[in-house]
Design a protein around this ligand. Sequence first.
Ligand code: PLP
Length: 292
Amino acid sequence: MDRRFALMIEPAADVRTDYSDTFAIVDASAPALSVGELSTQRGDGVFESIGVVDTHAQETEPHLQRLAHSARLCELPEPNLAQWRQAIGVAAAQCGPGESVIKLILSRGVDHGPAPTAWVTAAPAPDFSAARTSGIRVVTLDRGYDSGAAERSPWLLLGAKTLSYAVNMAALREAHRRGADDAIFVTTDGVVLEAPTASLILRFGDRFVTPAPHGGILQGTTQISLFAHLVQQGFATEYATVPTADLTRADQAWLLSSVRLAAPITAIDDAALTVDHAFTDALNAYLLSPRD
Ligand code: PLP
């Protein structure tokens, strides 16, 4: 089996032990979606990206819970998590050795056709070893709203992982134009949010801080898992409102996400940060170990 494929899911409402008759595997190069798909026409749907290591899908339950949360925010039908769990298991088993990425996609469906539509894709993961070991330069970018926007305007769907990632991708292109590898979004009133596809953690001595997940950021499954690990190692962890000025006061900083894992930050807006390579390697060794 080619390691790039899609598993099309016929959404089932009933609870049972085996959903395999609702799955159809499609080669990645074969047509699979209707031209009336609202995910492709409007980005109207939600998704998850899951890291897979040696056929083990990492943090399946947190990803499923976040998929359900995003679906609720978007008023999509409640996903049948037992069916999705089995689909992830089927896809992960076919991923082969090494690192892969599985995406879960739940779309509003087809205009005047079946709704919702759902599928899982699987592919080998990109090689992120340079970002994990040498680190990444980041720039801060204005997200264009203040820290009250999520609460004031829930229809902006801030905090949902929607398929409308054009803004996130544009921010990455802007970061590249400015000579950086990635970006950190900040609000118009100077509060640090997250990266376009990753969470931020900052280290101050033995304390690790991440922007509080209320107010328009997506809480990262990797950040939650790493905080639990850091607590076990005796470190303090904290969710806080982080003013932009605190960014360069940090001793170290990382961007965290499910597939790239922990990428140490070497500079924020031209202010250099030190990288503890041995510590970062240990973080990534933990993140690559089987996690549920
Ligand atoms: N924030 C945003 C906007 C993201 O897109 C992502 C990942 O895709 C994250 C944070 C990190 O989430 P996770 O650690 O679950 O991959």
